[in-house]
Design a protein around this ligand. Structure first.
Ligand SMILES: Nc1ncnc2c1ncn2[C@@H]1O[C@H](COP(=O)(O)OP(=O)(O)OP(=O)(O)O)[C@@H](O)[C@H]1O
Ligand SMILES: [Mg+2]
Length: 307
């Protein structure tokens, strides 16, 4: 891919608030078309700041790179970007349908299409019944559903979602994931901020973990968890008396479980052969790996230690 083929291509993004809070300290992020990218990080890591810089809501101290091939801050390009902010506030007197119409109008969607798409998106987000109710009467999850519809209705090419499933129930979350997958299939570029890791794990092609304004890890979920592969052999019989010999074979023992690190079937078979030679009954052999949450906690704590 050439440089301009990355719809989101950010380099060296720095942001210091009030001359002292270093929210971003040199962030590089690239996201391709047809890719769902997840930005993870603890509270205050700088996730929202990065998205706000892309939306020109916040001015960076320094930032290179492009959005849809244009420098950050290029106003006409923003019309091709959909955005759900973390603290969106819609005018409370507007109904859900009016909110969608209002934002679509800002994005210059023609009137007939606005009318049609408003109906389509209210339906998709399970909000048709509430279309004519003022948003001041909506629950958190309902506001979020309208917010997502608002971000997508004008068919943007780049979609930035800041904590999209915040306050949304499990059924709504699943619907949102399905929509994200459709966007990917349509070749859109989706960028999600979240701390709900299990969810990102399900849909994201790549993730970056942001800690203290710096990218601590970046890659596919597969890549980030590969080093943590191991096998667990569980026995029906106690193996305490064999502990030393098992450790000598390169495995760890805890209670009736032997853990063999890595992805080496040969090593696992060696342990099984050994246990069988001692007439130990094997109950199960399971491959395991870290979840994204384990990687996240590891990255957050290692950078915290560095300060
Ligand atoms: N307008 C602002 N003025 C001053 N400091 C700010 C402002 N906005 C954010 N910050 C600070 O910048 C840092 C990064 O904040 P940011 O909102 O980007 O984090 P985040 O990763 O989105 O956190 P969360 O998960 O809580 O949403 C924090 O230390 C925050 O206090
Ligand atoms: Mg945030």
């Amino acid at each position: 891919m050439s440089d301009s083929d990355w719809p989101i291509d950010l380099r060296g993004v720095h942001k210091t608030y009030n001359r002292k809070i270093k929210a971003l300290r040199g962030v590089d992020v690239r996201v391709g078309a047809g890719e769902i990218f997840g930005l993870l990080g603890p509270n205050g890591a700088g996730k929202s700041t990065l998205v706000k810089i892309m939306m020109t809501v916040v001015l960076p101290n320094r930032a290179e790179g492009t959005i849809l091939g244009q420098p950050i801050g290029h106003k006409p390009t923003l019309r091709r970007v959909g955005y759900l902010s973390e603290d969106h506030k819609f005018p409370p007197y507007l109904t859900g349908a009016q909110v969608l119409d209002f934002y679509a109008r800002l994005s210059k969607v023609p009137a007939d299409k606005r009318k049609r798409e408003t109906g389509v998106w209210l339906e998709r987000m399970g909000m048709s019944k509430w279309a004519d109710t003022p948003v001041s009467q909506y629950s958190k999850g309902m506001l979020q559903r309208i917010g997502i519809a608002q971000a997508l209705l004008h068919e943007p090419d780049v979609i930035l979602l800041d904590e999209p499933t915040d306050g949304v129930d499990p059924i709504g979350r699943k619907q949102i994931r399905e929509i994200l997958v459709e966007l990917r299939q349509a070749g859109k570029t989706v960028f999600i901020n979240s701390h709900i890791l299990s969810e990102l794990e399900m849909v994201c092609d790549r993730v970056a973990i942001l800690v203290h304004g710096q990218v601590a890890r970046q890659g596919t979920v597969e890549e980030l968890t590969a080093h943590s592969l191991s096998y667990q052999v569980t026995t029906a019989d106690g193996i305490d008396s064999l502990r030393d010999e098992i450790v000598r074979l390169g495995a760890e023992v805890a209670d009736r479980t032997v853990t063999i690190k890595g992805n080496d079937a040969g090593a696992v078979n060696k342990i099984i052969d050994f246990l069988r030679s001692k007439e130990i009954m094997i109950e199960s052999v399971r491959p395991t790996r870290w979840s994204l949450e384990d990687v996240f906690i590891d990255a957050a704590s290692s950078l915290n230690e560095e300060g």
